[in-house]
Design a protein around this ligand. Structure first.
Ligand SMILES: Cc1cc2nc3c(=O)[nH]c(=O)nc-3n(C[C@H](O)[C@H](O)[C@H](O)COP(=O)(O)OP(=O)(O)OC[C@H]3O[C@@H](n4cnc5c(N)ncnc54)[C@H](O)[C@@H]3O)c2cc1C
Length: 544
């Protein structure tokens, strides 16, 4: 060693960085799933976006925007309101890349399998966890509600479909592209939106004046906010542009930014409406019904994101353990580690299959009633279950990294902090499971459609067949106290059915035996009996 060197320059037994890896092409499960669920998608788009997301500079930017969180500038130096959020430059770079790739635009500009293309792009974005998924998701979902107001839709949906990022402070009609947020939750109630107190008073020209507050409003630099407010006829949906019809700020005051556990690069704010002008969306008194069409689409992404986190955390655990040695062997060759990795792999695979089976139902529901029913019921089920699974999954992948995984410089810490979010946002666990019961009660054919989907795998595995038959009575139960049990059971059966039809036998068999068999385990790697761990691990290894 020379005089200028220190012992820490002599680095051994550390893996090379997991970067400059194409996050689409390297992922067998994802590429196969997209071939199946989005056959008509031009894969070149995903290849290109996967390469861009996996580039070393992208990982650096994602880390930087988590470190340099957004800052609120509520006033200028003269005391005038500015209500401006300042982001790290990399935030703009990444959201621009995501929007230009069509992540929000795909279905609205008429792309083939547009919702699945959207979901795949969102999945690749989430793999880096740059915390820009929230505004991209809300912008993707907003047209589903905007469609309830023809004139407004004609102005705003083309601006979403334009697939452009334009952060300038101008009225939406003058911009190359727009982003859209939503403001529902108030201090006194989020799940129970009927408790909203924000008032909407008609101005006489089809527009309304909003006064009140919102406790959560993410991405407050969006161009417009789908908002719930009370009219004389009850809770109603509005679009409140950030820049008003007169070209000035529209009475939307940002009070403060939330100091969140994760999702740190995305600003989430508390806001007040002070006479903000807003246009009616849908009918007065039908606000929840109108906005739920948007929420249904955001919930798709709430299922896609945890699947992406699991798959990317797994890839990094595979990578790390394939390069790190302990006790004379690579970690990936240690028998106990192999069982942990195999178990994590089948969980992530099933999650990915479920998320994209769901996205296909969004593509098909435009012209197919069966798909509509499947989408209605399977969306809350997938949102609930995948967000319950992701937290423990990411924690276990972190543990595979040893102490390094707990350090913020490694991406795994970002997934860990992000992991609980999609379970809370857009309907927290209990509320979502109660929605599953509602979907079963109100859409009579939905349960039958779901059972038909399960039966596609009938006869393929004894644990699965027995679990389906044991669950028949559960499907008919309506008591709220059973809502989690029903949602969990259907979710696992749906995953198992997909695994049995589309995964190699080794993966499907382990999934069914360990999740539906007699000896169900509680922690990863603790499954009973034999499994073809070699085959499962070989499939899960990222293709460099
Ligand atoms: C990072 C982040 C960003 C967000 N961004 C936005 C945004 O942009 N716009 C927006 O409008 N909102 C946003 N939210 C708010 C979010 O949607 C709400 O926090 C969520 O819907 C829950 O509402 P709440 O906080 O009022 O909880 P509560 O409604 O008080 O619920 C608390 C708990 O009680 C449970 N619960 C409620 N009712 C029942 C019941 N009948 N039976 C059993 N259990 C029940 C819920 O499942 C939950 O677990 C965001 C939240 C987060 C964390």
């Amino acid at each position: 060693m020379s005089e200028n060197e220190t012992w820490t320059d002599d680095i051994a037994n550390q893996p090379p960085p997991f970067e400059n890896v194409n996050l689409f092409a390297s992922d067998r499960v994802l590429t196969e799933t997209i071939d199946r669920e989005g056959a008509a998608i031009d894969k070149a788009q995903l290849q290109e976006f996967g390469a861009a997301m996996g580039a070393a500079e992208m990982w650096e930017m994602a880390a930087a925007i988590h470190r340099h969180t957004p800052e609120l500038h509520s006033h200028d130096r003269y005391g005038r309101r500015t209500d401006r959020v300042e982001y790290h430059p990399a935030y703009h770079t990444i959201i621009s890349k995501a929007l230009k790739a069509g992540t929000s635009a795909a279905p609205w500009r008429g792309d083939q399998c547009g919702h699945t293309l959207h979901a795949a792009l969102e999945y690749l974005l989430a793999k880096v966890e740059p915390s820009v998924c929230c505004p991209v998701t809300m912008t993707y979902a907003a047209p589903a509600a905007l469609k309830h107001a023809a004139e407004t839709a004609a102005k705003w949906i083309p601006a979403v479909a334009a697939a452009e990022y334009d952060p300038s402070e101008r009225p939406a009609g003058m911009k190359r592209g727009v982003t859209i947020g939503m403001a529902m939750t108030e201090k006194q109630g989020g799940s129970d939106l009927r408790a909203n107190t924000t008032r909407a008073d008609p101005l006489g020209d089809g527009w309304y004046r909003l006064d009140g507050h919102k406790w959560f409003c993410s991405a407050p630099m969006s161009d417009g906010f789908l908002t719930l407010a009370q009219t004389e006829n009850g809770l109603t949906c509005f679009l409140a542009p950030r820049i008003g019809r007169d070209g000035k700020h529209n009475g939307i005051h940002i009070i403060r930014l939330k100091d969140k556990l994760g999702d740190r690069a995305n600003a989430s704010s508390e806001i007040e409406y002070h006479g903000a002008e807003a246009v009616l969306i849908g009918e007065e008194g039908r606000g929840i019904r109108t906005l739920i069409d948007m929420v249904h689409h955001t919930r798709l992404d709430c299922a896609v994101a945890p699947a992406a986190f699991m798959q990317t955390a797994l890839a990094q655990a595979m990578w790390h353990t394939s390069h790190r040695r302990a006790f004379g062997k690579l970690l990936v060759d240690q028998p106990l580690m192999r069982r942990v990795l195999a178990d994590l792999a089948v969980e992530a695979e099933a999650a990915t299959m479920l998320a994209f089976r769901l996205s296909r139902s969004f593509d098909e529901m435009q012209h197919d009633e069966t798909a509509q029913l499947l989408s209605r019921l399977a969306t809350p089920i997938a949102k609930y279950w995948l967000n319950k699974r992701v937290i423990g999954h990411v924690a276990e992948c972190m543990e595979c990294h040893g102490g390094g995984g707990y350090v913020e410089e490694w991406p795994i810490a970002r997934y860990y902090r992000q992991a609980p979010l999609n379970g809370i946002w857009e309907g927290s666990g209990n509320v979502i499971c109660l929605d599953v019961l509602r979907a079963m009660a109100r859409h009579k054919g939905a349960t039958d459609v779901l059972i038909s989907e399960l039966k596609l795998a009938a006869g393929a595995n004894r644990h699965f067949d027995r679990a389906v038959s044991n669950s028949a009575a559960l499907f008919g139960q309506t008591g709220e106290e059973n809502a989690r049990r029903i949602s969990e059971r259907i979710a696992v059966l749906l995953e198992a059915s997909l695994m049995l039809r589309h995964a190699p036998a080794a993966d499907a068999d382990l999934f069914c035996a360990s999740r539906l068999g007699d000896d169900i385990h509680q922690s990863y790697g603790a499954f009973a009996g034999d499994a073809d761990v070699d085959e499962i691990i070989a499939r899960a290894m990222p293709m460099a």
